[in-house]
Design a protein around this ligand. Structure first.
Ligand code: NAP
Length: 301
């Protein structure tokens, strides 16, 4: 059997169209949805991520404001930029591109963003709302995976989902969202403390790899007909490639696609969903801000 290849680009394109339509409606109300993007230093991967995000924002009719800080900037300088943007009503979302240089505390920076503008969904308030099942911004990659499963019609209710990885930005929130009552998967999380992940992965109806280890998931770890979602994006040296490297997921794609029922490619799977969900979060932030203003003005009684 050969797996159905999940076309993340196509699903993401539909979500980006939705974001574009809602951006148009906001503009009709005189509001230009706007994301502030902060980048500290010149890490090549971060530069390329930021460029990709800004292109997608422009295509959806969302404005972006670029803040480039030198690598040696002090934490306090970055926090001051965030405080200014928190107070700026024309900015609806704030994104600080991670990772940050090691002398800047990531926690302090994430916590400094106004939760109402936390379109990455990393602020402790957003995380708390997610865990409690309350309204709030969901982190883009885990939310994108959920949408991909739903749009592809992959049965999740009652399925056994195994997540490889427990980072704060992917594994943990993904496991949490999958176990929500309205999603209803039974979830196992594997990490570096898991003696033999294969015991669990072979039982998975849905196997999600988010470990950042190229080739980690081999065909013998996969149940026949399972849905395999590859979140991993790894640069693997390749002298034949123009840049000297190629992008690889965490899944041994060829052999696994012979056994799985569904599989996401890298690139073209989860990656495009992350950006699409970011656009939708920015739109939501702008809509929330406008609705709050209208409510304050007494338009809704
Ligand atoms: P991370 O912070 O490095 O976390 C990796 C997690 O995987 C950790 O929890 C680690 O366990 C676990 N792990 C490592 N080796 C493992 C193994 N052999 N078996 C089981 N678990 C293992 O990485 P991340 O930020 O979550 O990102 C993971 C991958 O997704 C990376 O390749 C990243 O580039 C990619 N990513 C893609 C997108 C996208 O849009 N497509 C977005 C974000 C990230 P411990 O906790 O025990 O160390």
């Amino acid at each position: 059997m050969s797996a159905i290849i999940i076309d993340g680009r196509a699903v993401a394109a539909r979500k980006r169209e939705e974001a574009g339509a809602r951006a148009g409606a906001l503009r009709g109300r005189g509001v230009i949805p706007c994301l502030a993007v902060i980048l500290v230093g010149e890490d090549p991967a971060s530069l390329s991520y930021v460029a990709g995000k800004e292109k997608a924002l422009a295509e959806a009719g969302i404005a972006s404001r670029d803040f480039r800080l030198p690598r040696e900037s002090k934490e306090e300088e970055l926090l001051a930029v965030i405080r200014t943007l928190n107070a700026d009503e024309t900015v609806h979302g704030i994104l600080v591109q991670l990772p940050l240089p090691s002398h800047i505390r990531e926690d302090a920076v994430i916590s400094a963003v106004d939760p109402a503008k936390d379109v990455d969904g990393f602020h402790p308030v957003s995380v708390g709302n997610m865990v409690l099942g309350r309204k709030g911004f969901l982190p883009c990659t885990p939310h994108g995976v959920l949408v991909l499963l739903r749009e592809q019609g992959i049965p999740v209710n009652g399925a056994h989902a195994v997540v490889l990885g427990r980072s704060n930005i992917v594994g943990k929130p993904l496991a949490n969202l999958l176990s929500r009552k309205d999603v209803n998967a039974t979830v196992t999380i594997c990490h570096t403390g898991t003696g033999n992940p294969k015991i669990y992965t072979r039982e998975a109806d849905i196997l999600i790899a988010a470990a950042g280890r190229p080739g980690l998931v081999t065909a013998d770890m996969v149940k026949e007909g399972a849905a395999v979602i590859d979140v991993g994006v790894n640069r693997v040296e390749d002298s034949a490639a123009r840049k000297g490297y190629r992008l690889s997921g965490d899944v041994d794609y060829g052999p696994v696609s012979e056994k799985a029922g569904w599989i996401t490619p890298v690139p073209g799977g989860v990656g495009p969903m992350t950006i699409a969900m970011l656009l939708l979060n920015v739109i939501e932030a702008a809509e929330n801000a406008e609705n709050a203003k209208d409510a304050a003005a007494g338009l809704y009684g």
